[in-house]
Design a binder for this molecule. Structure first.
Ligand SMILES: Nc1ncnc2c1ncn2[C@@H]1O[C@H](COP(=O)(O)OP(=O)(O)O)[C@@H](O)[C@H]1O
Ligand SMILES: [Mg+2]
Length: 355
């Protein structure tokens, strides 16, 4: 496998290193070949491939993409739970796994809200005990102040004080998510990472939680990394967006810019497929999403891309700069200063394929 050639990453905007930086991160899982459950043989499944990403302090980033595109795997790399198979992953300028292994400071600073909020909470514990747990674990306040801090956190996330006495089974889906957020905030993190934290809720509950997260992010200056498959959620909550397809970030930049004029045909298709009132849905993308065990040659989106050309089946475009803060992995991007990117990517493609 040829390595991606270095293309420019977004310039660091300040003297401090970004909260996260991924450079050409690859994650390969060894899995059994499809349809052969009893073999001991394994094949490599490329869940992340040449991922480049920079998350600056205080920003909010949405990770968007179809199921199986590698969002959760990317999050596990950011959290230091999975080591990249190749490439480098940094937290504030230092290798994530190294920082994580040093002690609890990393886990305290980078808090996680899980997809299955109810499943992540012990049903035998009261809300008070659930929120007190991280307060004690990270030694945030003295024992005498725990009750007051729990009350404060409940208030922060918009739960009534008497919720402290309840058990998860007595809470609604929206309340459960608020408890999960309160638990995440207990360690006084500067980074909040969430995987589909508002999925599967009715729209009004979802809107309330999004408003809460937006307020918390602003008030506390949190850096937010938010996985969602909902572009509406991404555009409401997140200043930046990264769109993933089959293990690769195909476009990233300011959410408004990316969604108002998508440069990658896949971003354009995702936006077109988002339901809007009174408008008929466009033709869906042709074909099925390919298996990550059998990635298409050249550009991995070329098998479904409405504007693919012959070149696209031969060259694998890496993330190149489109304009300020905007990057796209496409030989024929649809917006912005297209010439710069295609020149960049084709050059890289030629180098990467050993031409
Ligand atoms: N622990 C694992 N072992 C093997 N394959 C995995 C593992 N975790 C994820 N994958 C595979 O990696 C790809 C990306 O998965 P994931 O990161 O969960 O995607 P998403 O969160 O976008 O739905 C999928 O093809 C998935 O089947
Ligand atoms: Mg996932």
């Amino acid at each position: 496998m040829t390595k991606p050639i270095a293309s420019p990453l977004p310039e660091a905007s300040g003297p401090r290193p970004p909260v996260f930086e991924l450079v050409d991160v690859e994650k390969i899982f060894q899995v059994r070949p499809p349809g052969r459950r009893f073999t001991r043989e394994t094949v490599g499944l490329r869940a992340l491939d040449g991922v480049r990403l920079r998350v600056e302090a205080g920003t909010s980033l949405a990770l968007v993409g179809e199921s199986g595109s590698g969002k959760s795997t990317l999050l596990r790399v950011l959290l230091g739970l999975d080591a990249p198979s190749d490439g480098r992953a940094y937290y504030r300028g230092r290798p994530i796994r190294e920082v994580r292994a040093e002690g609890p400071a990393f886990a305290r600073d980078v808090a996680m809200v899980y997809q299955d909020a109810r499943g992540s909470l012990d049903p035998r514990m009261t809300v008070r005990a659930l929120i007190a747990e991280p307060l004690r674990h990270f030694d945030i306040v003295p024992e005498a102040e725990i009750a007051a801090r729990v009350a404060h956190l409940l208030e922060r996330v918009g739960l009534p004080a008497d919720a402290a006495r309840r058990y998860p089974s007595g809470l609604s889906g929206g309340q459960i998510r608020r408890v999960a957020i309160a638990r995440a905030l207990a360690s006084e993190p500067s980074v909040l990472v969430a995987d589909e934290a508002v999925s599967g809720l009715d729209v009004s509950t979802q809107a309330q939680l999004l408003t809460l997260l937006q307020r918390l992010q602003r008030e506390m200056g949190l850096t937010l990394v938010f996985i969602t498959h909902d572009l509406g959620v991404a555009s409401f909550l997140c200043a930046e967006i990264a769109i993933m397809y089959l293990g690769r970030i195909v476009e990233t930049g300011p959410t408004d810019a990316v969604l108002s004029a998508p440069a990658h045909p896949y971003s354009a298709a995702l936006r077109a497929a988002a339901p809007r009132f009174f408008e008929p849905l466009p033709e869906p993308l042709p074909g099925e999403i390919p298996s990550p065990l059998d990635l298409p040659k050249g550009c991995r989106f070329s098998t479904r891309c409405p504007v693919a050309q012959a070149d696209c089946r031969a060259r694998d475009p890496y993330l190149g700069r489109l304009d300020a803060g905007r990057f796209v992995a496409c030989l024929f991007p649809q917006a912005g200063d297209a010439t710069t990117v295609s020149a960049l990517s084709q050059e890289e493609g030629a180098e990467a394929s050993g031409a």
